[in-house]
Design a protein around this ligand. Structure first.
Ligand SMILES: NC(=O)c1ccc[n+]([C@@H]2O[C@H](COP(=O)([O-])OP(=O)(O)OC[C@H]3O[C@@H](n4cnc5c(N)ncnc54)[C@H](OP(=O)(O)O)[C@@H]3O)[C@@H](O)[C@H]2O)c1
Length: 268
């Protein structure tokens, strides 16, 4: 059973839709004719996106400003999704912090777990019963190559992505005969466009240009992968090589090497 075709009553949901990969996923879904629910915290940015997509592709776009790291807001949104006909869920929103956990703000670390882990898990649990009952659905989860191995100085992020990577690939195994596709997007570095030299973040300055993959290419590849029920989408040859290296090299060897690189991202 393929991922459901667009239908006026069905909605494809994209979390973290206000920029980068999420915005590209929402745009690509709209271009394929899907009506959408887009969510993130910045309502004005989402409203502008919704107007653009409706004007360009003629689709309905519902805007939901939600802080997915807030359990009350997240539950309210999950309850709404559980009651709707959700054809596709792109559980994409996620944030990262860099540096030793002991020096990072505990509140921010906890919020990151709420968003990266429960912001995926709660929404999947909300849409899953309806998808299984209809025998059709698509779930795309944005994990990361960072979830393949331990990463000192990026510990909360790497651990949160290890959770969603494993959750996604396990769930796919359970749903193969249920008609519900589950695909993990596990990219290396992805960004919208090459920023001006003076506006580049430390991460952008440390990662060479040839390693970056565009958000548009990532979105297309991810949705094509979901259509084919691919287990994991890793955009770009370099990301694939990094992914294999981090997935299969001994963890005790990988951790200090990667940790030294991420130490720089933490400001040292
Ligand atoms: N880009 C990469 O190189 C890369 C590599 C590997 C994995 N990934 C994963 O891919 C996903 C998307 O990455 P990205 O680079 O596009 O992310 P991004 O540019 O940092 O955007 C994050 C999105 O999540 C939303 N968001 C942040 N905090 C939120 C909260 N508390 N509640 C609800 N929404 C929240 C943001 O919107 P608001 O600020 O409006 O809330 C934004 O739309 C993430 O899960 C990331 O970990 C990205």
């Amino acid at each position: 059973m393929p991922v459901p075709a667009p239908h006026p009553d069905a909605r494809a949901v994209v979390t973290g839709a206000s920029q980068n990969i999420g915005e590209a996923l929402a745009t690509e879904l709209a271009a394929r004719g899907h009506h959408l629910i887009v969510t993130a915290r910045r309502e004005d940015v989402l409203n502008a996106l919704a107007d653009r997509l409706t004007e360009r592709y003629g689709v309905t776009v519902e805007v939901r400003p939600v802080d997915l790291s807030d359990p009350t807001e997240r539950t309210k949104f999950a309850d709404e999704l559980a009651a709707r006909d959700i054809s596709i869920l792109c559980a994409n929103a996620g944030t990262a912090t860099f540096g030793p956990v002991s020096k990072l703000d505990p509140a921010e670390e906890k919020a990151q777990v709420q968003l990266n882990v429960l912001g995926v898990h709660d929404l999947v649990l909300a849409v899953l019963p309806g998808m299984v009952e209809r025998g059709a659905g698509g779930i795309l989860i944005s994990g990361s190559a960072a979830g393949n191995s331990p990463i000192p100085n990026n510990a909360t992020y790497a651990a949160s992505k290890a959770f969603v990577n494993t959750f996604s690939e396990s769930l796919r195994g359970e749903l193969k005969s249920a008609g519900v596709h589950v695909t993990l997007l596990a990219p290396g570095p992805v960004r919208e466009a090459l920023p001006d030299e003076h506006e580049q973040s430390l991460v952008e300055r440390l990662i060479p240009d040839f390693l970056w993959i565009s958000t548009q290419h990532t979105a297309k590849l991810s949705l094509d992968g979901l259509e084919r029920n691919k287990m994991r989408v890793v955009p770009g040859v370099t990301s694939k090589a990094m992914s294999v290296a981090s997935g299969y090299s001994p963890r005790a060897i990988v951790a200090p090497i990667v940790g030294a690189v991420y130490k720089k991202l933490g400001g040292d």
